[in-house]
Design a protein around this ligand. Structure first.
Ligand SMILES: *Cc1c(COP(=O)(O)O)cnc(C)c1O
Length: 422
């Protein structure tokens, strides 16, 4: 990076040339007590509110007011029709066929529902493989599933180890793990982008390696959906789940995504925790005593879903389709690369970036690991109006989100970090 390139003026030039710059104005930025717009770099934790969400939510409140229960079926936006529409919109963002996706519940709930069907342990093959340092909720869920089937969690759950001294996993080592140990693994439950390191796995190769060893494969895409290009159908995991309140900006507690591969679409005998919403619309309202799951991911639904939350999510997903996933990814690679270049320019910095340098192996996040003193640096950043986050042990995460972050945001973060380190 040249001296010119490390100036605020250069960041402004990059913003002027950004073909997606107008999307920033369509989001609501938090203003702290000072009243000044925050430099918001935690879209990987809770995405910002699109301005269009309020209108969409108020529309549903109005329908409820005017139509009552008829709102399910009547009006321009009958709630019943919105389930399939939102699932289809979501499918387009994760590289799935429409019937492979349902929008329902929360992420961890979906993981459990899907593991009920796809974690089928036997005494010879009961282990669940996970990446190092998975998100705690995933760890609680896989351990609970193992115990539910009568296997001790300490023996059942195995973290695929990185090489000594390395924070991230190499794809060839994951492949080697499945060649060596796959026969005892019932399920690979992988965070497609790890929340701590920001590493994006080569999910196609990893799915292939695990499936070749006879393992079921589930992906947690909490940090991947809306962040990196996904080809769920082609990669061929058995199932996947993700939340919609991080990069997808669906709002706090938003309805989560659920993917079940087409090859399982018509298997009514798979064990599953059934509820009336998992049936076809006709059967659901026929109120009969027998349960026949709807084909595809819809057959894993349990309860009716909240139209207010669906409306928020639908409004948000529309922005992704409008901006275009290719253009978002292109900007994301540039924006995160720009952040990395500014960090590289900090001589004798007391942190290391543990996120892979290869853009193909990461999304919109960089994780800065501090052997010591990181918390103090983080607190100084917060006082300077930079919203990023702190994850134990020792990591500051920053996520420049291409839909609404600017190069100037990243510049201001880097300047504040430099000041905090001084
Ligand atoms: C954010 C996140 C969660 C949170 O789970 P919820 O059920 O949405 O509360 C779980 N797993 C991963 C990998 C996450 O990133």
């Amino acid at each position: 990076m040249t001296a010119l390139e490390s100036t605020a003026a250069y960041a402004r030039t990059l913003d002027e040339q950004d073909p997606l710059r107008e999307f920033r104005g369509r989001f609501l930025f938090p203003r702290g007590n000072s009243g000044e717009e925050a430099v918001y770099l935690v879209g990987n934790s809770l995405g910002l509110q699109p301005g269009s969400v309020r209108t969409a939510v108020e529309r549903v409140l109005g329908e409820w007011e005017m139509l009552g229960v008829a709102g399910h079926f009547e009006g321009a936006h009958a709630w019943l029709a919105s389930y399939g529409r939102v699932a289809e919109s979501m499918a387009g963002l994760v590289g799935a066929r429409p019937s492979e996706v349902a929008v329902m519940n929360g992420l961890t709930v979906n993981l459990h529902l899907l593991m009920v069907s796809f974690y089928r342990p036997t005494p010879a093959r009961f282990r669940i493989a996970v990446e190092p340092l998975p998100f705690p909720s995933d760890l609680h869920a896989v351990r609970a599933q193992a115990r539910f089937h009568g296997y001790p969690a300490e023996q059942a759950v195995v973290e695929i180890p990185p090489r000594p001294g390395e924070a991230t996993l190499r794809t060839e080592d994951i492949e080697e793990f499945f060649r060596r140990e796959g026969a005892s693994v019932a399920l690979l439950m992988l965070g497609g982008v790890n929340y701590y390191t920001g590493q994006a796995f080569d999910m196609g190769r990893v799915c292939a390696a695990a499936r070749a060893a006879g393992c079921a494969v589930g992906l947690d895409l909490a940090h991947a959906a809306g962040n990196i290009p996904l080809s769920l159908h082609d990669w061929g995991p058995d199932f996947a789940a993700w939340c919609s309140y991080k990069y997808l900006n669906g709002g706090p507690g938003a309805l989560a995504g659920c993917f079940v591969h087409e090859r399982h679409a018509a298997k009514p005998d798979l064990p599953r925790f059934a509820g009336w919403w998992g049936q076809s619309v006709a059967e659901r309202f026929a109120m009969g005593p027998h349960f026949t799951p709807a084909p595809g991911a819809a057959g894993w639904q349990v309860s009716n879903q909240p139209p207010v939350m669906l409306a928020a999510l639908e409004a948000s997903l529309a922005l992704f389709h409008e901006a275009g996933l290719d253009r978002l990814r292109e900007k994301s690679v540039r924006l995160t690369g720009y952040c990395e270049a500014l960090l590289d320019g900090m001589r004798s910095a007391p942190f290391t970036v543990i996120t892979p340098r290869d853009p193909a192996a990461r999304g919109a996040q960089l994780s800065l690991r501090f052997p010591a003193g990181g918390r103090e640096v983080f607190d100084r950043l917060a006082r300077a109006g930079i919203v990023c986050d702190w994850r134990e042990p020792g990591v500051i995460r920053v996520a420049p989100v291409p839909l609404y972050n600017s190069y100037t945001d990243v510049f201001r973060f880097a300047a504040a970090l430099r000041a905090a380190l001084a």
